[in-house]
Design a protein. Sequence first.
Length: 317
Amino acid sequence: MENLQPKSNNLFSLKNELIVLFETILHNKKLFIGVVLLFSLFGVIFSLLLPNIYLSKATLSPSAENNDLSQTIARNYSGLTSLAGISLPSVETNLSDEAVEIIRTLSFFSKLVDSNDSLIPNLIAAKKWDPMERKIKYDENIYLSDKDLWIREVDFPKQKIPTYQEAFAIFKENFVVIKDKQTGFIRISFKHLSPDFSKQILDEIIFSINQQIKDREKEKAKRTLEYLNAEMQKTNLAEIKEVLSGLAQAEIQTISLAEATEDFVFKVLDEPHIPEEKSEPNRAFIVIINTFLGFILSTIFVLFKEPVIKLVKDIKD
C-alpha cells in the first residue's frame, strides 16, 4: 500500500498539471488559435510557392550479347596468348559496372553538356514550367534565354557563366543511378521542374553511355586487330598463326557487334516517360508540419507569457 501511494500522488499531480495547461490555453484561446492559424497559413503559402518537381525513371539491363562476347574473348586471351607467347591488351569483362561508374563522373556530364546547349541553363536558371506552352521559363535576373546571355552576379569562386563543375553539383543532387545486386538491373532517375526535360536527359544519358562505350571498344578492337595482324606477319609457325587468327576473329566479332548494336552496354527494359504527376513537393505534409510547429510554439508562448510578464513587472518595481 505504501508503494502505491507515491504513484497515486504522481498521477494526481500530472492530472492537475494537464488541467492547468488546458485552462491556460483556454484562457488564451484567441492567441493560441491565432498563432496556429498563422503558421498554417504560412505553410500553405510556402507550399504553393514551391514549383512542382517531376521524376522520370528508366530500368536498364546489361547487354547479354556484349557480356557473352566479353567473356569469350577473356577466355581466349588467358589461354591462347600464353600459348603464343605474346602480350595483348587487358580486357574488361564487365562493361556494365564500368558504365555505371562512368555515368557518375564529371567527364561524362561534360560530354552531355557539349551535346546539349540548354542543359546548363535548365539546371541553373530554370524558374518555372509552363504546361500550356510546354516550355521552361528562366529566371531573367540571371539568364536571358532569348540572347543566350548570363547576367547573374556571383561571388568567388563562382563565375558569371556557370562552369561544368557548378552545373554537375546540381545534376548530382537530382540524378540517381542504382544497380540491383541480385538482378543486375540498373535503375536511373532524374527530377526537374520540367517533365519533358527530366525524360530528355535520361534519354541522352542512355544513348550517350552506349555510344561512348561502343566507340571505345570498337576502337580498341581495331587496334588489337592491327597488332594481331602484325604479329601474324612476323611468324612462320602454323600453330602460332592459328592462335592469332582465333584472337583476331574475336576482335572482328567485337567490331561487328559494335556496328550492328545500338544497345551495346545497356538494353532498355523500361524506357523513360514524361511524368504526368508531380513527385514533390508534398504540400499537405508541409502544411501539417507547419501547423504542428505552430501548435507547439503557441503552447510554449501561452505557458510562459504570464510568468515572463510578471517577472518584467517585478524587475521594474
